[in-house]
Design a protein around this ligand. Structure first.
Ligand code: HAM
Length: 432
């Protein structure tokens, strides 16, 4: 039996069944990412695809779903525990520390485009390998840095042409206020313990904050009236949040404050945010992030504050397709050379090479037997023009050039030397 794709994985192909898996679109998205990242002053970082398991256990947090149930962990041949990267922040911090980047300056703004691995229950919009565009800005505690990161994510998504974006914003305060809020939540939820969903009951001891973003129906009644973190913020965290809101208002970035937005990773403090799209159903988060001022230090690095986000490329492309956003057309060959016979094939191979050396996208069919079939191939690959060359054309020194977009054709002179022929086609302006 043929081997199938493992559950939760997908291929990216030139002509896939589902539009969002088209490789051209992925390249386009990656180009947009590199452009915007540069405009905002972020530089690329690439870290390995797997890390020591303890990095995620410590960095992402033992209480998080990712560490508890979603990691792809394996023992290597040396008996060491390794984990396929489930997220990008902890590895970037590990790399920052490994290379002592703080010695190269106090501010580092980094971005990545990278695959992530999570053993998730299969569901639309949830994959076991997904790809993230992420940024991590290290070294600046001011709300201006938060606003920059949030504006970057929002601008990126709107520039792609996405509509119906909802940016949600919250502050989780600092350690002390979170502790007080945690206790208030436990006090409030414990009397309802038996009425909570199974998941929430488990979280009550481990991570009561996560109950706030439970989707279970039976939890909703308690969530809606649960104590809000915003009522517990320390003065500094409060004025940080107010300043951030003022900045986003000034930048024209629309948002809603959602005191129940907590996010699934343990490292966050103060600002957290998420951008959702109405098109995506249950898995509607296009991207999210927040401040994590203590993570570097927790991993035994310098005491530097940081903030970042990650957004899922699969979901972004799916939302673009669902919204009918005009997508860039596939890259098309400028000319399709269609030889009929052995001598023409030799000539066309050399001509194709000469054209490619001059920067023209030239394609060639080596097995054509009939003009009709060659024309069909040219159309199928979206070629802009076709030049059919048979023995007779070579003898006559003339061939028929067809512009497949304009549906016009003309006779052109065939020069014996493929290199001179390529020059002539360029001079005559065939590829403009
Ligand atoms: P996250 O919210 O776990 O955050 O993931 C970020 C984004 O990745 C999500 O909003 C979603 O678009 C996408 N995503 C996550 N899991 C899947 C999946 N199984 N299938 C498809 N897409 C998925 C983080 O990972 C943090 N490291 C973000 C961050 C960076 N915070 C600070 N800096």
């Amino acid at each position: 039996m043929a081997i199938s794709t493992p559950k939760g994985l997908f291929d990216i192909l030139p002509e896939p069944r589902e539009q969002w898996c088209r490789s051209d679109l992925w390249s386009y998205l990656e180009e947009q990412i590199r452009t915007i990242a540069k405009q905002y002053g972020y530089r690329e970082i690439r870290t390995p695809i797997f890390e020591k398991t303890e990095l995620f256990a410590r960095g992402v947090g033992e209480g998080s779903d990712i560490v508890r149930k979603e990691m792809y962990t394996f023992e290597d041949r040396g008996g060491r525990l390794m984990t396929l990267r489930p997220e990008g922040t902890a590895p970037v911090m590990r790399s920052f520390i490994s290379h002592g980047l703080q010695q190269q300056g106090s501010v580092h703004k980094l971005f990545y485009i990278a695959p992530m691995f999570r053993y998730e229950r299969q569901q639309a919009g949830r994959y076991r390998q997904h790809h993230q565009f992420g940024v991590e800005a290290v070294g600046q505690p001011q709300a201006e840095q938060d606003a920059e990161v949030i504006d970057l994510l929002y601008t990126f998504l709107t520039r792609l042409g996405l509509k119906g974006l909802h940016l949600q914003l919250n502050s989780l305060g600092d350690a002390e206020c979170r502790q007080r809020h945690r206790q208030a939540l436990i006090d409030y939820l414990t009397p309802q313990r038996e009425r909570l969903s199974d998941d929430s009951r488990q979280r009550l001891e481990m991570n009561p904050l996560r109950i706030l973003d439970s989707k279970a129906l039976e939890d909703q009644e308690w969530i809606s009236t649960a104590p809000s973190i915003l009522g517990f913020l320390e003065e500094e965290a409060k004025s940080h949040f107010e300043r951030l809101r003022q900045l986003l208002d000034g930048m024209g970035v629309p948002y809603t404050v959602n005191p129940h937005l907590v996010r699934g990773l343990d490292y966050y403090n103060r600002t957290v945010f998420e951008v959702q799209s109405s098109e995506l159903g249950a898995q509607n988060s296009l991207g999210g992030g927040g401040r994590y001022d203590t993570l570097l230090n927790l991993l035994e690095g310098p005491d530097l504050p940081s903030i970042g986000f990650g957004c899922g490329l699969e979901r972004i492309l799916q939302a673009m397709v669902a919204q009918g956003v005009p997508l860039p057309p596939p890259t098309r060959p400028q000319i399709f050379l269609a030889p009929l016979g052995d001598r023409p094939l030799l000539y066309c191979s050399l001509l194709a090479t000469e054209l490619r050396h001059r920067g023209i996208r030239a394609d060639l069919n080596t097995q054509g037997k009939r003009v009709k079939a060659l024309l069909q191939t040219a159309n199928a690959i979206g070629a802009r023009s076709i030049l059919v060359i048979g023995e007779e054309e070579l003898d006559r020194g003339q061939a028929n050039w067809q512009d497949l977009d304009e549906r016009t054709s003309r006779e052109i002179a065939l020069l014996h030397d493929p290199s001179a022929m390529a020059d002539q086609l360029l001079i005559m302006g065939f590829f403009q």
